[in-house]
Design a protein around this ligand. Structure first.
Ligand SMILES: Cc1cc2nc3c(=O)[nH]c(=O)nc-3n(C[C@H](O)[C@H](O)[C@H](O)COP(=O)(O)OP(=O)(O)OC[C@H]3O[C@@H](n4cnc5c(N)ncnc54)[C@H](O)[C@@H]3O)c2cc1C
Length: 556
């Protein structure tokens, strides 16, 4: 790969907002250009990152062909970037040192080298971080295995006779481990090997008192640092925790033998996904939730519905539970709690604490470099992922960003770009879809009804049960509903909240609609394929004005 450089152009003749876009597009067409930033038509500026063998005259020509005037303003090399964390030492090893080799770290490191900068990535523990090793990948494959087993026994089609096979946890677990190892190799180790420009440093990184970064015995310096160290399960230090040694999501999925009975403390995504999975694999599961409903940050109807569906499968759910302490008698573990003021004891084989995650910031010497943490230990960042130290950026689960791998990767990439170039790329968290992989799935995006009202919208809502959706009828699974929230004044879609089969697939159409400001009429005027679950979205849009039970085929 040849060297890269950065140029600033003075661009004249931009008289409207779309001019900036035209100039940007014209520059992007030039071969060898890696990145372009035209902040706006009023700025008369364009910043271009490109391979050093590209002649500036080609850029100027491209701008002129697009109908504007350009001249070279300033040429920057990477070493012109202002000095990093205030250590006063100008011997920098890297332009960017990424701390953490998970999804955010990989996205950031790749962005950094794509822009032509010297990037190092420090990784402690298994390459790839949470998602591939102990998060999304192992949990979703276990969910699928449990679902296959459950569905074989609960077939909705009367004319079909399924033969029950056998359930072998050892094999399921080892298949899960194989998948994890394969995906860690293909999505992380092989990708790292394909980017020899990224210097990988193995070990635990912490900031020293003089503002440098220490990994083992070696000191590294960089112009910019990006902290993407993720999080770990939050184990609340309840009295008795040492005796009971509760499981967390990682240790639960690694159990050599499944317990007969399991109490789960918590009632959000990880608790419900893994709770239902364990129940379907034959474990007697009881969910104890402190709030008065499951998934309390979702629409109340969704919390009630998922509770019903879980209970229908024989999973115990108790809400409004205050856990006081834990204890152990031989192999029996006991949760001592109060339910509606009454003292209760729950005796089980294992306890799974699913009470959220905490940022990995402890022991990193962040006090040495003035990085502000919130009361939960997460790094405080602005929309550009910059911390209170202007030379240090952070993103992913180590911040308060929503804990999804696609948010982590997107944030890591934006942070690297902001740290290394003059770009100010805000991480847009206004339209973050979220999926809980229970059966039925829960998927939401945008504002809930209550949030819309709090934000001053005159909110209107419509709800359509899946019994009106032809695909759900054909599949003999009409559980759940779609609830839409819209602005009465503009008719714009503000939120979509779904519980139902394939909700995770349906939500993306709603995400696009919200992100691009579509109105309810835009949805009702669009063709949706028959028979699909996403057709339910159109029915829910129609339901603002009509009784969908009275429609004939095809949501028109
Ligand atoms: C059970 C479970 C299921 C999940 N399911 C989903 C899902 O279905 N979909 C979804 O979108 N998200 C899911 N998530 C969330 C998702 O996994 C995370 O949001 C995402 O992996 C966070 O990425 P990250 O890069 O911020 O951190 P991580 O992936 O955690 O990476 C951080 C890395 O930094 C390393 N590190 C820590 N400290 C240091 C240090 N001082 N020096 C060097 N390295 C360090 C860590 O060891 C780790 O490798 C799930 C999470 C869990 C726990």
């Amino acid at each position: 790969m040849s060297q890269k450089k950065k140029l600033e152009l003075d661009v004249r003749g931009m008289t409207c907002p779309s001019c900036a876009h035209h100039v940007e597009e014209a520059l992007k067409q030039v071969e060898g250009v890696v990145d372009v930033n035209v902040p706006g038509w009023g700025s008369n500026e364009a910043t271009v990152s490109l391979f050093s063998d590209v002649d500036e005259a080609v850029l100027i020509n491209a701008v002129e062909l697009a109908g504007y005037k350009a001249s070279l303003k300033e040429q920057k090399s990477v070493s012109d970037i202002p000095q990093g964390s205030g250590n006063g030492d100008h011997r920098n090893d890297f332009d960017l040192l990424v701390i953490g080799a998970g999804s955010a770290g990989f996205a950031a490191a790749i962005k950094g080298v794509d822009l032509g900068f010297r990037v190092g990535m420090v990784g402690d523990g298994d390459l790839g971080g949470t998602c591939v090793n102990v998060g999304c990948v192992p949990s979703k494959t276990l969910i699928r295995a449990a679902e296959a087993w459950h569905n074989a026994g609960h077939h909705p089609f009367k004319g079909v006779n399924t033969q029950q096979g056998s359930l072998d946890w050892d094999i399921i677990r080892s298949e899960k481990d194989t998948l994890v190892a394969d995906m860690r190799q293909s999505k992380y180790a092989d990708v790292l090997a394909a980017y020899p420009e990224i210097t990988y440093i193995e070990g635990y990184a912490s900031f020293t008192k003089d503002g440098t970064l220490q990994v083992g015995d070696t000191i590294y310096r960089a112009h910019r640092y990006l902290i993407v160290t993720g999080g770990h399960p939050h184990m609340i230090p309840l009295p008795g925790i040492e005796d009971v040694e509760p499981l967390n999501s990682t240790t639960l999925m690694e159990l050599e033998e499944l317990p007969e009975s399991l109490v789960i403390l918590g009632g959000r995504a990880i608790a419900l996904e893994l709770g239902q999975t364990m129940a379907r694999l034959g474990v007697q599961v009881l969910i104890l939730q402190r709030s008065t409903r499951l998934v309390p940050d979702h629409e109340a109807e969704i919390g009630r519905a998922i509770k019903d569906y879980l209970e229908q499968e024989g999973i115990g759910v108790i809400t409004g539970v205050q856990v006081d302490r834990l204890s152990r008698e031989g192999d029996t573990r006991i949760v001592h709690a109060r339910v509606m003021g009454q003292e209760k004891e729950f005796k089980v084989d294992q306890i799974f604490m699913a009470l959220g995650r905490k940022a990995n910031t402890n022991g990193m010497g962040l006090q040495n470099v003035g990085v502000e943490l919130d009361t939960n230990g997460a790094i405080v960042v602005d929309q550009y992922q910059q911390s209170s130290n202007p030379a240090i950026y952070a993103s992913g689960d180590v911040t308060n960003n929503p804990e999804f791998v696609y948010v982590a990767a997107s944030g890591g990439s934006a942070a690297a770009q902001n740290a290394l170039t003059d770009t100010q790329k805000a991480l847009d968290l206004s339209t973050v879809p979220g999926v809980i992989f229970t059966d039925p799935q829960i998927a939401t995006v945008g504002l809930t009804e209550a949030q819309a009202r709090q934000q001053g919208y005159e909110a209107k809502v419509s709800t359509v049960n899946f019994e009106h959706v032809a695909r759900a009828q054909a599949a003999r699974d009409t559980r759940g509903f779609i609830k839409l929230v819209a602005d009465e004044e503009t008719n714009r879609l503000l939120g979509a909240h779904i519980i139902g089969a394939e909700a995770g697939e349906v939500i993306q159409t709603a995400t696009l609609a919200i992100k691009f400001g579509l109105k309810i009429d835009d949805l009702t005027d669009t063709l949706f394929p028959y028979l699909t679950q996403v057709e339910g979205l159109k029915l829910a849009a129609l339901a603002f004005d009509r009784d969908v039970a009275l429609l004939s085929c095809c949501a028109v």
